[in-house]
Design a protein around this ligand. Sequence first.
Ligand code: BJ8
Length: 425
Amino acid sequence: MSDYTQMWSDLGLDLKAHDALLSVLGGAYQDVFLSQKDRPEGMKYFDFVMGEVHGLRIKELMDAKAEGRKVVGSYCVFVPEELILAVDGVSVGLCAGAEFNFEGAEEVLPRNTCALIKSAFGFKMAKVCPYVEASDLIVGENTCDGKKKSWEILAPMVKDLYVIDLPQMKSDTGRELLKSEYRKFIKKLEESSGKKITVESLKKGIEITNAKRQAVNRLSSLRKADPAPISGLDALLVNQIFFYDDPVRFTASVNALCDELEERVKSGKGVFPKGTARVIISGCPMAVPNWKVPAVVESSGAVIVGEESCVGERGVQWLTDDKGASVDDLLDTITDRYFKIDCAVFTPNPSRVEHVKDMYGRLGAQGVIHYSLQFCQPYTIESGPVEAELEKTGIPVLRLETDYSQEDAGKLKTRVEAFRERIEA
Ligand code: BJ8
């Protein structure tokens, strides 16, 4: 990696804490990813991106800012990338997946806040996240109570925080609320960037975002092969990088990876032996570098063949229709697309379990691991009915509730191994 010390210092990072973070991450990456066998050649690009995730990619963001483009950071797949691209902005994900500076986060948040929120605060307060510091605008959204209330605490810590209100029910009034919030968000983006959204710029944003989703969906569908042509860990990594990389370059790299995987499928080559127990993970999103559960699963003799998650199919399964003669027409198609997202913050939320059933059949899975973060009420509460409904239709389910610490890794492994034995039997 080149020397980015000056850039990090200019961004206001705490260089000592940042070095400590990078060294832990580098070690974890080596252990979890680079030690895997028979990885596709196409993963080299994603290894490179991860190696430069705080380096070259941040330099690109700084270059974009110097050209007058705005960097917009967000924490949820309800924030439409199409709109950010339509003002020539750069969209970056800010969710964090490491137990870092939780003691700092717990000075301003209750201890019983989910790790995803605590991690975002821990990173911000320790000044170790160049993405947060590079963002000209940060977008929060009213989803779970934890996020909703923590925006009030985050607001004074960042340059410009904008919060999108979201419906909680899939009703006509809910859809109207979403559309009017997206309309207000357009206004905010236009003010912040000084650029007006036009039909052409919005169609371009839709095209780029759809292409990215299509590439990731192509990758998902290749995972139905037995033997699996790619590990669940590597597929998750691609889904995580989705939120950071340049979208056009990312799309090309995923498609190149898929070309290689198609050849693997044709020749029957895989990363695990044919007949390895196949599972789907369903639940809370896993942000970089949250790799604990997939690493446990794939070191326990099972392979992950799909993620029903916002860092996975829930975030990309629908495309946005690009037909419309006005910005308002296109805002309707964007609203229609995002209103389908079946996050557990909605009540009721029946389509999520239907999606898991569909994935189970389509990807030839033998079991579902439901993953909730401790203190995440929406997913933890929904896990009971999801388990009951899946088991009723003969789908074996293992429910896991965990956090970002490594302390329970051994216990999780024992439970996953027992589950693998159950589905193999
Ligand atoms: S659309 S899943 S990205 S809200 S884990 S912070 S829910 S207490 S992340 Fe999410 Fe958008 Fe929904 Fe997807 Fe709250 Fe749960 Fe924490 Fe969570």
